[in-house]
Design a protein around this ligand. Structure first.
Ligand SMILES: Cc1ncc(COP(=O)(O)O)c(C=O)c1O
Length: 378
C-alpha cells in the first residue's frame, strides 16, 4: 500500500509567514513560572529536577494515580497511557483501531488530524457539518443515519475546536446509547474539557462513563501549558491498550520525565488553572461581542466552551492572507479545518486579544470602504 503522509493544511498555511505571530492558537495564554507560583503556592523556579532517566512506556504510576484521583474517578491508573502530546495520542489510537475501509464519522469544521489520520489509514470518512445557524448543535438524526451505515468509530471533539461548540448531558447520553445500539466505538478528544464558560456544562470524560469510549487529554489546552508535551489516553480495554503501547513504542516510547514531574505538581490544581484560563476567555468574549456589533461583515456564533471561536466572513482565505501580509499576524482560514464554510478561527485565550482584534476589524473596514487591498497599513 502506498505511504501517503498528507501535509497538515494548518502548518502549511502558517509556514508561509515564518516570522509572523499567530492570533489563532487554540491554547489559552501560557502561564509564566511566577504566575504558577502565585496560583499553586509552589516555587516553580526552585523545582527539583530529578527525573532524567527513561520513563515507563505508559507514564509513571504516581502521575497516573494522581490523574485518576483528580480527573477520572471511575477509572483505574492502568487505564491511562501517557503520550508525547495529544497529537501522538490521536495517532496511536487511530492506528490501533482502524483498518482500511472502516467507516469513521467526524464533525466539521474539524481539528484537521481528526479527519486526516483516518483518511491516511484508508478509512471511509463521513463528515457531519456543525452549523452556526443551528448554534453548532449536533443533528442527532443525521448522526444516527451515519452510525447505522456499518460505522466502526465516532470521533467526538467537545468542547469543540474551532467553534467552541459543546454538547449537553442529555445529548452525550443519547450519543452513548446510539453508539451502544449500533456497536460503534467512540474516540472523544476532550483536550478543552475544563474550559466551559459555565461550569454546569462540564461533562464527565466519556471514558469515565462508557466502556465504549476512549478519552484524550493534554497539558497544552485546558491547562495552558503547551511547553509540557504531555497527552494521555484513557481506555478501559486492556487488549486495545496493549496494541496502543506497541504502536507508541515506534514513536516517543516514553514521555519526558521532566514533563511528568511538572504535571504531577500541576494536576491537583486543575480546577484553579482551568478557572484562570476560562476567566481570560470570558473577558475576551465580552470584548469581541461588543466589537462585532460595529462590524456586521463578521458574524460569530460564540460556543459554550474552549478557547477559540469561528468567525464567518466571505472569502476568508484572501482576508487572512492580506492580514498576514499587512500585519504579520496569522489567522487560520476555514480550509485548515476541513470545511468550505467561509470563516477563520480566532484565539479567545490570550490577554492581547483586544489589541490585535482592533487590527483585523479595522483592516476589513478600510478594505471595504476603498474596495481595495490594503498595503503597508500600520
Ligand atoms: C482538538 C485537539 N486535539 C488534539 C490536539 C493536539 O494537542 P497537542 O498539539 O498539544 O498535542 C489539538 C491541538 O490543537 C486539538 O485542538
Amino acid at each position: 500500500m502506498e505511504k501517503k503522509f498528507l501535509n497538515m493544511t494548518m502548518m502549511d498555511w502558517a509556514d508561509q509567514w515564518p516570522d509572523a505571530q499567530s492570533i489563532s492558537n487554540s491554547n489559552p495564554e501560557p502561564f509564566t513560572a511566577d504566575e504558577l507560583s502565585v496560583l499553586t503556592g509552589l516555587d516553580w523556579q526552585q523545582m527539583t529536577l530529578d527525573q532524567w532517566d527513561y520513563q515507563s512506556a505508559v507514564g509513571n504510576l504516581t502521575l497516573r494515580e494522581s490523574m485518576i484521583h483528580h480527573l477520572y474517578p471511575n477509572n483505574h491508573p492502568d487505564d491511562l497511557i501517557c503520550c508525547a502530546g495529544a497529537q501522538e495520542a490521536l495517532f496511536v489510537v487511530f492506528n490501533a483501531l482502524l483498518n482500511g475501509g472502516d467507516h469513521v464519522i467526524t464533525f466539521t469544521p474539524a481539528f484537521e488530524p481528526l479527519a486526516m489520520i483516518p483518511t491516511l489509514l484508508n478509512a471511509r470518512l463521513t463528515t457531519l457539518p456543525l452549523s452556526s445557524t443551528n448554534k453548532w448543535e449536533v443533528d442527532l438524526n443525521k448522526l444516527e443515519t451515519a452510525l447505522k451505515d456499518n460505522a466502526k468509530l465516532l470521533v467526538l471533539n467537545f468542547p469543540h475546536n474551532p467553534t467552541g461548540a459543546h454538547i449537553t448531558h442529555d445529548v452525550m447520553n443519547q450519543i452513548i446509547s446510539m453508539c451502544k445500539k449500533h456497536q460503534v466505538q467512540i474516540l472523544s478528544d476532550e483536550v478543552f474539557r475544563g474550559l466551559e464558560y459555565d461550569v454546569k456544562n462540564r461533562l464527565p470524560a466519556l471514558a469515565d462513563v462508557s466502556d465504549q469510549a476512549i478519552s484524550i487529554g493534554v497539558s497544552s489546552k485546558a491547562y495552558g501549558l503547551p511547553a509540557i508535551r504531555l497527552g494521555w489516553i484513557l481506555c478501559r480495554d486492556a487488549k486495545l491498550r496493549k496494541k496502543m503501547i506497541t504502536i507508541k513504542n515506534h514513536l516517543s516510547i516514553c514521555i519526558s520525565g521532566l514533563d511528568a514531574s511538572f504535571m504531577l505538581k500541576i494536576i491537583p490544581f486543575s480546577q484553579q488553572i482551568w478557572t484562570r484560563n476560562t476567566q481570560i476567555i470570558i473577558s475576551n468574549i465580552e470584548h469581541l461581542q461588543q466589537a462585532l456589533a460595529h462590524h456586521p461583515r463578521f458574524k460569530c456564533q460564540i460556543g459554550k466552551a474552549s478557547s477559540t471561536c469561528f468567525i464567518h466572513i466571505d472569502d476568508a482565505k484572501s482576508f487572512c492572507q492580506r492580514f498576514a501580509e499587512n500585519y504579520g499576524l496569522i489567522l487560520l482560514p476555514n480550509h485548515c479545518f476541513a470545511t468550505q464554510t467561509e470563516g477563520f478561527r480566532l484565539s479567545l485565550g490570550y490577554r492581547n486579544m483586544k489589541f490585535h482584534s482592533n487590527k483585523w476589524l479595522n483592516m476589513d473596514n478600510i478594505c471595504n470602504d476603498l474596495n481595495t487591498t490594503p498595503s503597508n497599513l500600520s
